[in-house]
Design a protein around this ligand. Structure first.
Ligand SMILES: [Zn+2]
Length: 456
């Protein structure tokens, strides 16, 4: 058992960690014989943050494909991911863990795209999270439609466009085997990249295994405009909308979709920085929240995010809608903090996480209060959300284990990992140059379509 003494947002507080859970909380707890004491004097004790949508496959592609809308960005990055070994997947995932921990993030959903799909690769990512001590929920990405069915390009002889995905049944069987062994989630890429059979199969698999279902939905205007039928109606008809579903992006919703999502109990994962950077638009989160939808936050890909900075995402999510709304409809600091913690845990079905309470997982972030952001301490929640940032994160416990100390992970050699990640990232880009060139040959066709439609 460990006794951690400090203060929470509510005031002075001691927490007792027993195994992986918080066993007791009170301002006047005293150590019992044999109990370790972790002095958190001058620290603010917070629940671990939840990044409800990331892609570890892009940690080795950070900041690749600048200043492009999603469809062109995707041509730049997809070709760079082809052919990775399980070890590359492991190193990429562990690289992300350094950043998550330094930002106080203890739970992530890793919407993991492997090309080709490989159970060994998915397991490698899950191993990385276990080694770092993070709750990493790996959601294998499934998609069974060829590129030309998902964006308006004519493949011709283009090698990248002519690649064909594995049959839906094979993808589902591989995901089922992974989830049976590792838990995780089911992650169809997006409605416009999946057949009806695959989407229905994913929903069925998630239900059968009792795991979350997560997918990108209506990220760009092109996706809305090229859908053969209204996307949310289609998802509902295929059994993909329910309390265990999280819809990522939800930027280009149709009339009635907000109410449809609210009625289903599904969550929305808002990724405001990636959406803004790719020029996709912004999800109507104020309307979603007002209608009772659970809205969580995600940092999305390191190649379009570009950092896994949930703190900046939280601020931007709160502030970006304000100028278009009367002030009584603004979301305040507490709503932002909830999105980054409890709402994320709920979206991912992680019971009890995202808050400090007896019985909750012992995921505890310790922030340095001895900083101008907290002095004088007049409104702790507002100062936490609008003034502090990841630089104040000093220590992190996850599942009762001290996983970040003095700003660095304790579970692995982060400095050595950085060196290896740099080497592997550069090597893969060199190896995949022919694929990158082939993919980029398609850009002119897409540019034309995006230009004539006014963008994605
Ligand atoms: Zn994404």
């Amino acid at each position: 058992m460990i006794l951690v003494g400090g203060r929470t947002l509510e005031g002075p507080m001691n927490l007792r960690i027993d195994g992986t859970r918080i066993a007791a909380m009170a301002p006047d707890l005293t150590p019992v014989p044999g109990e370790a004491v972790f002095s958190a004097h001058g620290r603010l004790l917070l629940p671990g943050l939840v990044d409800a949508h990331t892609h570890s496959n892009d940690h080795l592609l950070r900041s690749m494909g600048q200043d492009l809308p999603l469809e062109l960005w995707s041509l730049r990055t997809s070709a760079a991911r082809i052919g990775r070994s399980a070890h590359e997947v492991y190193v990429g995932a562990l690289l992300g863990c350094i950043e998550y921990l330094q930002h106080g993030i203890t739970t992530v959903l890793d919407h993991l795209k492997l090309d080709p799909m490989s159970e060994e690769g998915f397991a490698a990512a899950a191993r990385a999270y276990a080694d770092a001590g993070i709750r990493g929920i790996v959601a294998p990405i499934l998609q069974d439609l060829p590129l030309a069915a998902t964006v308006p390009v004519t493949p011709g002889p283009n090698a990248f466009a002519r690649r064909s995905p594995l049959p839906a049944a094979e993808q589902l069987a591989m995901t089922d085997a992974f989830v049976a062994r590792w838990g995780g989630a089911v992650g169809p890429s997006a409605p416009h990249r999946c057949s009806d059979a695959l989407l229905a199969g994913c929903a069925d698999l998630a239900r059968r295994r009792g795991v979350p279902l997560q997918l990108h939905v209506l990220e760009t205007r092109l996706q809305r405009d090229t859908a053969a039928r209204p996307t949310l109606e289609r998802l509902e008809a295929l059994g993909c909308l329910g309390p265990s579903t999280s819809l990522v992006h939800a930027v280009w919703l149709a009339r009635g979709d907000v109410e449809r999502i609210a009625a289903s109990g599904a969550s929305v994962v808002h990724c405001p920085l990636a959406n803004a950077k790719l020029g996709s638009g912004l999800a109507p989160i104020v309307a979603l929240v007002e209608n009772g939808v659970n809205v969580a936050l995600g940092t999305d890909s390191a190649a379009c995010g570009d950092a896994h900075d949930l703190w900046t995402a939280m601020r931007f999510a709160l502030l970006s809608p304000r100028s278009a709304l009367p002030h009584h409809r603004w979301l305040g600091a507490a709503a932002g903090w909830r999105m980054a913690t409890e709402a994320g845990a709920r979206a991912l079905g992680v019971g009890g996480a995202g808050r400090l309470a007896v019985g909750a997982p012992a995921d505890i972030v310790l922030l340095d209060l001895d900083r101008p952001a907290f002095v004088p301490l007049t409104d702790p929640v507002a100062q936490l959300v609008f003034a502090a940032g990841p630089a104040a994160v000093r220590e992190v416990f996850a599942g009762g284990r001290l996983v970040l100390k003095d700003g660095w992970p304790t579970g692995f050699d982060a400095k050595a990992l950085l060196t290896e990640a740099a080497q592997l990232g550069a090597r893969r880009l060199a190896l995949n140059r022919p694929w990158l060139e082939s993919a980029w040959e398609l850009a002119a066709q897409l540019e034309h379509r995006l230009g004539s439609d006014g963008g994605g």
